[in-house]
Write a protein that binds this ligand. Sequence first.
Ligand SMILES: NC(=O)c1ccc[n+]([C@@H]2O[C@H](COP(=O)([O-])OP(=O)(O)OC[C@H]3O[C@@H](n4cnc5c(N)ncnc54)[C@H](O)[C@@H]3O)[C@@H](O)[C@H]2O)c1
Length: 465
Amino acid sequence: MKVTKICCIGAGYVGGPTMAMIAYKCPHITVNVVDIDEKRIAAWNSDQLPVYEPGLDEVVNACRGKNLHFSTRVRENIRAADVVFVSVGTPTKTYGAGAGRAADLCYVESAARMIAEEAEGPTIVVEKSTIPVRTAEAMRTILESNSQSGMFQVLSNPEFLAEGTAVQDMENPDRILIGGDQTHEGLAAIACLVDVYANWVPREKILTTNTWSSELSKLVANAFLAQRISSINSISALCEKTGANVEEVARAIGCDSRIGSKFLKSSVGFGGSCFQKDILNLVYLCEHFGLPDVAKYWNEVIRMNDWQKSRFSQNIVHTLFNTVSGKKIGVLGFAFKKDTNDTRESAAIYVVRDLLMENARVSLYDPKVRRETILQDLAYVGVPEHLLASHLHFASDAVTALDQAHAMVVLTEWDEFRHLDFASIYQRMVKPAFAFDGRNVLPAVKMRELGFQLYCIGQGKSPGG
Ligand SMILES: NC(=O)c1ccc[n+]([C@@H]2O[C@H](COP(=O)([O-])OP(=O)(O)OC[C@H]3O[C@@H](n4cnc5c(N)ncnc54)[C@H](O)[C@@H]3O)[C@@H](O)[C@H]2O)c1
């Protein structure tokens, strides 16, 4: 079968960009991205896309209205498709069995039920969402027991893009992973999807596996990436105690080709919608399959991350003479990393919460995140409404956020924070002017010369320094 019509259920950070790239690279395929969220679809059809990603506007503009369409007509577009991608959210469950760890599969199940009701001919259903291993089995059961046609193949095709670099990651992926049944029909379905990606990805980079290996590989990839960050963050604390410098240690160990240099940047902690939820999911799976020691091992990656975040906020309070009550703290950055407007699980949520709970007056600036998102995030982690109203202020730029502030706190590594006018900021801050760099992006030597009391993660006092 040659694929000519794709439908993607879920127009989020994954569904929107990945489908835009398929449409861009495959002008002969019509791609319909559908979502039940009307506001989100309206944004995809406007000049203000709901997802900020460098280069994404150009890709969308090149094919929207031609072979790329965004709409809320979910059922109609499922009916017309040869291939249906499922790219809905799989957040951590907040209720019932497995709460706080297991993935909530209610959106995946509702998508599967809709596909079963609407699909007319033979349909390939592709899991793009990150899901627990063996979810394809549950999907197949739902599809086959609720459909008249019953001709489905379920493939696993996890997405490895990183927010902030999604366009280049999709255009030039390290690999594409496709898992499916190792039967005649399963292998034929895998071949159809391989052909779609082969329009721009070299075939040797398209890996095909059995379904369970593909599903599990996504969780394991995120667990390994997050583990590297927690490992270097644990060492950052030791550096601060001993006078070593974590940046130097990372460089020294990263030169070893067995270790490699990527993902060794120490920081206030990892965030994003995926790392924590996927590790929790892995932990839950290990427990479910009777492997408590393996579960405990991976859970420590999250515990270390939580510790790093609270260590950072406690250090601010401690350094500011054990109280930040009533003091203005200028916070730069709220997104979980630069070049995205996504704040899910951002370390900033927890640090700003801690500061507000200590009665600090937080003045916050982020170049891309909307105010409503920040307010929602902070309310969700328990900051009372009256504190948000009285103690949180939004600044239109970094300099305003820092005017008359007792401390500068950098929580996202936006490039613009490297090049501020630190001399005039220093003049306008309360003295001693403290700065806490949660991303190690500030020009440390220059700032110290200007008089800042600067704290950088993982940098103890050097010998003679
Ligand atoms: N964000 C990332 O960087 C990233 C990277 C790789 C994989 N993933 C995985 O991809 C999946 C999607 O993540 P995301 O960040 O795009 O989530 P998201 O929350 O941004 O988007 C999910 C969308 O699905 C829609 N939806 C839910 N149920 C629906 C239904 N029945 N019909 C139509 N639309 C429905 C929601 O309205 C929402 O817009 C998750 O499983 C995630 O783990 C995310």
